[in-house]
Structures are given as structure tokens and as C-alpha cells.
Design a protein around this ligand. Structure first.
Ligand code: SAH
Length: 244
């Protein structure tokens, strides 16, 4: 995925409106798999106090030079800057990047995770708010881990959150109402809409810890659960196997 055009950037427009006027229209999330949902735009500007345990643990676990991947309004970057860390924030949304710059993010870049503009190497890749989404599909795992290997300095780490979507398909007896022939149940397609601005559809991966660990292992990485959230969500640290 390259960067977005400003007229196809619904989340960025919502972030920009909220920053400039203190309010925003409804940010709608459409998917072929779920009922329509909404992201309250104010939550994209959450302060440390409003962040959940997974996010707080992640912020406490960063080290060295940091890349905030898909940084949005810059909420995590700004907190880390306050703590004295050196952070580069990237996003494919031009309006989000402009907003981050206006909010005081020292190094906010319009860049796709897979593009050279990300710079590097980094000691920590921070990927929050279902950070695994950027992997797209299970098929995207190989490309993802190759990219992580390029971006991470020796001894570096990825701090990522995700959710096991099994709860969506599980009945009361714990039986999954999902046939594996349909693919992996965490592969979701989304499309965002803000007023008249419609984004392009995109793939967004939710991955359970076991599946993630298997794929990581295949590409020379290992995983460590850092925190289990309250609703099938978790924070994982990913490091190279041979980095001891
Ligand atoms: N991390 C922020 C925003 C999460 S929303 C927060 O927790 O509030 C996901 C963000 O990732 C969006 O701003 C989206 O534009 C960005 N994004 C999606 N794909 C990306 C990619 N390939 N490279 C960089 N950013 C990406």
C-alpha cells in the first residue's frame, strides 16, 4: 500500500477536524464481515490516563530509537517524546501526518511501513491499536517479517497488540462457527467513511498468539506475551531468535 490521497483519507480528515475544531463527524467502519461500526474520533486523541493496560505496558517497554508505525494522531509518540525518547512516527494518512506535526511530533513522516522513507534501523517498532492489522492477511506474514528484519537493529524488538477474533464466532459451548475452508477467521476487510469521504477497502489482520508465533518462528523470530488484555486482546514482544 502506498500513501493515501487527501480526498481518500477518511480517518485523517476526522483526525484533522477534531484537532482543529474539537469535534468531528461520525467515523464509520464498514466491513463485509461485521455490522457497521464507528470509531469515536476522540479516542484517537487519548491521553495516557485514557489508554488501556496493553498500551501502557507497551509504552513502558520501549527502548532506544523508536518507530511508531501507523501513528494516527500521534498519541503514543507524544507521550514517549514527553518521556525523552527519540521517536519517528509514520503514517500513510497525509492529514494525520500534518496533524501530528501541528501537535508537536518532532519527526512525523508520510510513509508506508514497507517504503524506504521509514528510515531506520530502529530498536523498537511500536504497533498499537491492533498493530497486527498492517500485516493485512496471513499471506502477508512473510513480507512483514522480512521488513521487520530490515528495520530492526541488532537486539531490537517489535511491540504489537492484537486480538483473537474467535469470540466473534464462538457459541456458548466454545464451538467455533467457522469453517477453516473459509480461510483464517482473523482476516478482515474494512472500509472507512467520514461524511462523504470514502476510503478504499483494505485488509486488516487480527491474529491469535499461537498463529502469530508459528509464523514468526518460520522467519527467524520469537514471540513473548507481555500482557493479556481483558477481552481476547494481548501485547506481544517479537525479537530475533539469534539475538541473545
Ligand atoms: N496507532 C494509532 C492509530 C491506529 S489506526 C492509535 O493507536 O491511535 C491505524 C493507523 O495506521 C492509521 O492511521 C492508518 O492510516 C495507518 N496505517 C495503515 N496502514 C499503514 C502502513 N502500511 N504504513 C503506515 N501506516 C499505516
Amino acid at each position: 500500500m502506498a500513501t493515501l490521497k487527501a480526498d481518500k483519507d477518511p480517518m485523517g480528515q476526522a483526525i484533522s477536524d477534531y484537532f482543529h475544531t474539537g469535534k468531528a463527524k461520525k467515523l464509520r467502519v464498514l466491513s463485509s464481515m461485521f455490522d457497521e461500526d464507528e470509531i469515536p474520533v476522540s479516542t484517537l486523541f487519548r491521553s495516557l490516563e485514557e489508554m488501556n493496560d496493553i498500551e501502557r505496558k507497551a509504552l513502558d517497554a520501549v527502548q532506544g530509537r523508536i518507530l511508531d508505525v501507523g501513528a494516527g494522531s500521534g498519541c503514543h509518540t507524544l507521550e514517549l517524546q514527553k518521556r525523552g525518547h527519540s521517536v519517528t512516527a509514520i503514517d500513510i494518512s497525509p492529514l494525520s501526518v500534518e496533524t501530528m506535526q501541528a501537535r508537536g511530533v518532532a519527526d512525523a513522516r508520510l510513509a508506508d511501513f514497507y517504503a524506504p522513507e521509514c528510515g531506520g534501523p530502529y530498536h523498537t517498532l511500536l504497533m498499537l491499536m491492533n498493530g497486527s492489522g498492517i500485516i493485512g492477511t496471513l499471506q502477508g506474514m512473510e513480507r512483514f517479517f522480512r521488513r521487520v528484519d530490515e528495520l530492526l537493529s541488532p537486539g531490537g524488538q517489535v511491540l504489537m497488540d492484537s486480538s483473537d477474533l474467535r469470540y466473534v464466532y464462538e457459541d456458548e459451548d466454545g464451538q467455533m462457527d467457522w469453517d477453516s475452508e473459509w480461510g483464517y477467521y482473523g482476516e478482515v476487510d474494512y472500509r472507512m467513511q467520514y461524511g462523504r469521504i470514502k476510503g478504499e477497502p483494505f485488509d486488516w489482520l487480527y491474529v491469535d498468539m499461537e498463529t502469530l508465533s508459528q509464523h514468526a518462528g518460520q522467519y527467524g523470530f520469537r514471540t513473548e506475551m507481555l500482557h493479556l488484555g481483558t477481552h481476547y486482546d494481548y501485547l506481544v514482544r517479537i525479537t530475533r531468535k539469534n539475538d541473545d
